[in-house]
Every structure is written in structure tokens, then in C-alpha cells.
Design a protein around this ligand. Structure first.
Ligand code: FAD
Length: 307
């Protein structure tokens, strides 16, 4: 068995693996797609000390850094279950095999919920964005739209109103669902338009980049257009934790509950990065949390081997 078995090969999992291997303990990583979300990212400008890089380059650097250590990477393997055998955990894989670990670090990340409308996929990273902290500055002085009137959509609109020329927020329902205090802040801003009962039906582009969107006014039934350079989709972040239901405590949104050392409700099982309750889903945060969970797992091993 591995002493530390990491499930997930994104920034959090890579950091966890490196920190474990540096303790000289047997470390394995099971990953569906080593690199994780950064593989789908274009420019990264907020990983502190790296002024600018591209997602695929960042993923290669993660892989190379892990390869410097004695880590067994099992790439293209999907975990489907976690079993607790009392001091030993078993991670079941889709291919029928299983891998054992004395501790496990869950770092399976998350995925942004997509609108599923024509043009969205085609213009991803070319105007369609999911992370205002990441891509907001790219739209400085330009008009943008935010899709979704929950807390994250309204927070994104407030944030973007300070950087961009104008923000149009579109909400499918008749009312915004964000907290009152956020809605009041939003409505106080001069360069924000809020459209409710607005169903986005298409992302429009010129072949190279986004030029606007089309929405259906759900009251009148008319199709209307908004011209924007960027569309921030804020309709939910889905943690990749479906396979953990019934094993570790999850919130109703599916995030793995962790304490301040990254430990889950199951002693010996830790979690880090976008799949957890830790707020602000960012690479620099995932990396820090991965390191922390790994040090906590090491601590757990030292204490349990003394029994
Ligand atoms: P992930 O990167 O999601 O990695 C999860 C890993 O787990 C992957 O290897 C995946 O294949 C694997 N996995 C999932 N399920 C299973 C399973 N059942 N079994 C085995 N393996 C599994 N953040 C920034 O800081 N700056 C940016 O500029 C930025 N831009 C972004 C742009 C886009 C388009 C997107 C989508 C995200 C962006 N982010 C950015 C967010 C950032 O990518 C994430 O916060 C970060 O990747 C989270 O790391 P993670 O390791 O927790 O999860």
C-alpha cells in the first residue's frame, strides 16, 4: 500500500504528492487527467512569482515537478469508490482494480456548470469565461455580461463593474437569488444593467472571439441581443465528489467538508483544492491546501505508527 495515496492530479494533488514524497514515504497519485482544470486554461497571470504562463505549460511544469520525485502516477484512472478498512483505505477504480493507502488525499477538483448553448464551447477562452478573478482584467474598459443572479453571479458583476466598461447581468428567473446586501450593492452601481427572466440562448462570435449574446425575454418571448466582449458564466461550480457520497461528509453542494488541517470526517482521509469547502477556487489556493493536507497526512502517519 501507499502511505499517501492522492486522488486527483491537478494543482492540489501535485502539491500534495510532492510534499509527501519529500518526506520519503511511499506516494501514489491516481488521476483521471493529470493537470486538471489548468489544461483547459489559457493565460494564467495570478500564480504568484510566475508573471504569465499558459495553462498547458503550467500543467507540464506540474508533471515535471512531480516526476522529480519518487511518486507513482497512475494517470487516466478514475476513482469510483472509497472504502475504509480501519487504518487502511481502498480506492476503487473504474477499470475494476483498486489501490490501497494508509492515508488518502482527495483532490478531484470541480467543474463549472455550463449553459449548454450554441457558441459556448466554441468561444471558451475566447470571450466565454468562468472565473472573474482570473479573466476579469482581460476585459478592462470593455462591455461584458454575467450569466447567473446567485451570489457568485452578483459578486462577479460587482467585481467586474470596477474593471470593465459595463456589465449586463442576466438571470433566468424573475428575481435574483443573491443575498440582499449584494443586490443592493449591485443596484447602486451606475454601469450595471440587470435583466431578469432572461434565458441566454446563444453566444455570438465573429469566428475569432465573442461579440455578444442572444437571450429570450421569457415574459414577452422575444429574442434580444446584447453586444459584449466577454461572457462570465456563473451558474454553479460542481465538485467532482459524486463518487464519495456516503463515505466522507459532503455539504449539500457536494463539497468535501474539511477542518483547518484539511482532514475530512473520516480520520486519515484528507482533502484539498476545489473539491473542498475551502473558499475561493484558485490555483495558488489549491497548491497551498494540497501542501497542507499532505503535511497533515504525514502527521497522522507518525501518530498512528506509534500505536
Ligand atoms: P483540478 O484542477 O480540477 O484537478 C482535479 C484532478 O482530479 C484532475 O486531475 C482530474 O482529472 C482528477 N479527477 C477528478 N475526478 C476524479 C476521479 N473520480 N478519479 C480520479 N481523478 C479524478 N485559477 C487561477 O488561479 N488562475 C487562473 O487564471 C485560472 N483560470 C481558469 C480558467 C479556466 C477555464 C478554469 C476552468 C479554471 C481556472 N482557474 C484559474 C481555476 C483553477 O484551474 C482551479 O482552482 C484549480 O485547477 C484547482 O485545482 P485542483 O487540484 O483542486 O482541481
Amino acid at each position: 500500500p501507499f502511505e499517501v495515496l492522492v486522488v486527483g492530479g491537478g494543482p492540489a494533488g501535485a502539491a500534495a504528492a510532492i510534499y509527501a514524497a519529500r518526506k520519503g514515504i511511499r506516494t501514489g497519485v491516481v488521476a483521471e487527467r493529470f493537470g486538471g482544470q489548468v489544461l483547459d486554461t489559457m493565460a494564467i497571470e495570478n500564480f504568484i512569482s510566475v508573471r504569465r504562463t499558459e495553462g498547458p505549460d503550467f500543467a507540464k511544469a506540474l508533471e515535471a515537478h512531480v516526476a522529480d520525485y519518487d511518486v507513482e502516477v497512475m494517470n487516466l484512472q478514475t476513482a469510483t469508490g472509497l472504502r475504509d478498512h480501519g487504518g487502511m483505505f481502498e480506492v476503487e477504480l473504474e477499470n475494476g482494480a483498486s489501490v490501497k493507502g494508509r492515508t488518502v488525499i482527495l483532490s478531484t477538483g470541480a467543474r463549472w456548470r455550463q449553459m449548454g448553448v450554441p457558441g459556448e464551447e466554441e468561444y471558451m477562452n475566447r470571450g466565454v469565461a468562468y472565473c472573474p478573478h482570473c479573466d476579469g482584467p482581460l476585459y478592462k474598459g470593455k462591455p461584458v455580461a454575467v450569466i447567473g443572479g446567485g451570489n457568485s453571479g452578483v459578486e462577479a458583476a460587482i467585481d467586474l463593474a470596477g474593471i470593465t466598461k459595463h456589465v449586463t447581468l442576466l438571470e433566468f428567473d424573475a428575481e435574483l437569488r443573491a443575498d440582499d446586501v449584494l443586490q443592493r450593492k449591485l443596484r447602486s452601481l451606475p454601469n450595471v444593467t440587470v435583466l431578469t427572466s432572461a434565458k441566454t440562448t446563444e453566444v455570438r462570435g465573429d469566428g475569432k472571439k465573442v461579440i455578444g449574446l442572444t437571450y429570450e425575454d421569457r415574459i414577452g418571448g422575444d429574442l434580444k441581443e446584447v453586444d459584449v466582449d466577454g461572457i462570465f458564466v456563473q451558474i454553479g461550480l460542481l465538485p467532482n465528489t459524486e463518487w464519495l457520497r456516503g463515505t466522507v461528509a459532503l455539504t449539500d453542494r457536494g463539497e468535501v467538508e474539511v477542518d483547518n488541517r484539511g482532514e475530512t470526517s473520516l480520520p486519515g482521509v484528507f482533502a484539498a483544492g476545489d473539491c473542498t469547502t475551502v473558499p475561493y477556487k484558485q490555483i495558488v489556493i489549491a497548491v497551498g491546501e494540497g501542501a497542507k493536507a499532505s503535511l497533515a497526512a504525514f502527521d497522522h502517519l507518525i501518530r498512528s505508527s506509534a500505536d
